[in-house]
Write a protein that binds this ligand. Sequence first.
Ligand SMILES: [Ca+2]
Ligand SMILES: [Ca+2]
Ligand SMILES: [Ca+2]
Length: 293
Amino acid sequence: MRKSLAVLAGLLVAAAAYAQAPADRNANGIGYYSLQVPNPSAMTIDGSDADWSWFDQTYTITMDQFKSEQDAPMPDPADMEITAKIGWSAAPENMWYLFVKVHDDTLDIETTDVANPWADDCINFGFNVQDGPRDDAREFYQAYVIKATNFLSTPDIMVPSNYALEHYRWTGRQPNAYAAVASDPPEALQSPIWTSDTGGDMFYEFKAAVWERRGDSPANSLRANLEAGKFVPFLLNVEDGDGPWRYDITIRSAAATAAAYFAGVTLLGTGDYTSPTAVESSTWGQIKDSFVQ
Ligand SMILES: [Ca+2]
Ligand SMILES: [Ca+2]
Ligand SMILES: [Ca+2]
């Protein structure tokens, strides 16, 4: 008894050393949603959202659901405007999906330094299934930077960010992860810095396995099972890197930033949202529609 009390006291001291998850961790005040991909075999990671037409736009994350990580003023829409969609697939594929579109007056991918990929226009994001603060659970983070890398010394399109050691780069490699970046107009990515009077768009598309605990190989790691209702601590920051640095826009609250916690995403199953295409395109959907009418 005495021994177990001593162990408990030790645990309490350890817990007190870390900040607690804030009551509101989300920039939008309510949290974010990931929609189940109805047909994973129809998805292509190519930087085009032509294969996302099933996505219920109610859950698209728009500018009013982001904030500045530094509590700076938000950009004018002509300077930077973000829309993001989050999806997931059930087993057997069991993958996280992400599509981010950024309208931007200047598409900037000029950095050649592979060790500082987030200097330019890019997205960085990560999973923290264990939901610990940075100093506690950082070894289990899966963190990524995705950018157009045409001018990096190593043209590696998906660069594990500063929390992911070389040891863990397998989490950012096929078949564990896939990423693509595209632009409109397409030729914008041929220039280190591209601009026009009306700006352009950058598209980031991604899918990856999510890991509860991450070792030095898949065999030494525990894969997270994505299923409807699951809550996943997730962070998405979108960078406007015009010049030295311009905007760092996030989905987490100021309290979450201060405590080093991520925002929260809840997974919805195909029956939990309204798909603009899946219902109409299926025979069963047409039958249900006929009952409604
Ligand atoms: Ca696609
Ligand atoms: Ca801009
Ligand atoms: Ca930019």
